[in-house]
Design a protein around this ligand. Structure first.
Ligand SMILES: [Zn+2]
Length: 72
């Protein structure tokens, strides 16, 4: 048995197995620790989005996301 766990998109519920080689489809993972000046002081929020949901959500942004080439 290989080590496997699942990653799920919080928006649509799509599930993807994560294996040692990585995942077939990339997910956006966001984690935010809310601080004193928020209404969620001390809470950590974490969620994942599949690429389709990420694209759908970012199209609703008033300003486009910054896109540039990855330079290792
Ligand atoms: Zn999704």
């Amino acid at each position: 048995m290989s080590e496997k766990h699942m990653i799920r998109c919080n928006a649509c519920g799509k599930e993807q197995a994560v294996s040692a080689e990585g995942i077939q489809e990339e997910f956006l993972k966001i984690q935010k620790t809310w601080g004193y000046f928020s209404e969620k002081d001390g809470e950590v929020h974490r969620f994942s989005l599949c690429e389709a949901c990420y694209d759908r959500i970012r199209r609703q942004f008033k300003l486009p996301v910054e896109i540039f080439e990855y330079e290792p």
